[in-house]
Design a protein around this ligand. Structure first.
Ligand SMILES: C[S@@+](CC[C@H](N)C(=O)[O-])C[C@H]1O[C@@H](n2cnc3c(N)ncnc32)[C@H](O)[C@@H]1O
Length: 239
């Protein structure tokens, strides 16, 4: 049994509040990107930061930098806890499709030295990371959302995650994420972490709706533990 998620220190909470106070982010070409379209909600970002804060990871990695909502929260935790390594953020399309908007936001928050952006696809970077002996205690998966991509991300992330480490998924109600989570829970003995529920009625309605779409196993074992569309899993200490 793991303890309830810790409350975030006010310094971290205020960084997230400030980041969300203006949801429109401007890229290097003066084009506008709306946080509400593809990024985590503010409340999901707070829970992601709480998970990172609780884990206090020696190594952390995320797949899918985009507007950097997730990256800023994890990097801010690293800074606050004075953790030694940089947070690794993979995204091959940051400069092209996103106009470097995430990198600009990281710089605006004064977090540049806490982040190492890698412009590579997760499926290319992670096998090399494993071969180099890179390991992580905290991985956030929010890259491509096709079934092959999310399952590959889960499979390859597992190979660089230390025992007892945490993997967090965004978009937990997609079939692709379900497939990845089923792999980690049913074949690798990961355990879903109970995240704070949004509201009891909301979570019960969601559970009913997804009972049919995603099947009874997921509705019973995973959906009740989600926060928004976040799912967090802990790797067993040994398997
Ligand atoms: C939903 S967005 C991520 C949102 C981000 N976490 C945030 O908080 O703003 C998905 C991102 O994944 C990136 N992506 C897509 N395929 C990828 C891959 N194979 N490896 C790494 N990143 C990928 C896309 O370029 C896109 O920026």
């Amino acid at each position: 049994m793991h303890p309830k998620l810790p409350t975030l220190p006010e310094e971290l909470r205020s960084i997230i509040r400030r980041f969300y106070s203006n949801p429109i982010k401007v890229d290097k070409n003066q084009e506008h990107h709306d946080l509400r379209k593809t990024s985590l909600t503010e409340s999901e970002t707070v829970v992601l930061a709480q998970l990172a804060y609780q884990t206090s990871p020696a190594g952390s990695l995320e797949i899918g930098l985009a507007l950097a909502a997730s990256c800023i929260s994890i990097a801010a935790v690293r800074k606050h806890l004075e953790l030694a390594n940089e947070h690794v953020a993979l995204d091959p399309f940051q400069e092209t499709l996103s106009g470097s908007v995430g990198l600009l936001e990281i710089e605006r928050e004064g977090l540049k030295k806490y982040v190492r952006w890698v412009p590579e696809r997760s499926e290319d970077y992670l096998p090399g990371a494993r071969a180099r002996g890179e390991t992580y205690d905290f991985v956030f998966i929010d890259g491509g959302h096709g079934i092959g991509q999310v399952v590959a991300d889960a499979f390859l992330s597992d190979r660089v995650l230390n025992a007892g480490g945490v993997i967090v998924f965004h978009d937990g109600l997609l079939f692709s994420t379900l497939a990845a989570i089923k792999y980690l829970v049913q074949e690798c003995e990961y355990v879903p972490i109970n995240l704070p529920s949004d509201s009891t009625i909301k979570s019960m309605l969601r559970r009913g709706k997804y009972l049919v779409k995603l099947g009874p196993w997921y509705a019973a074992h995973v959906v009740p533990k989600m926060h928004g569309s976040l799912v967090a899993l802990r790797k067993p200490l040994s398997n």
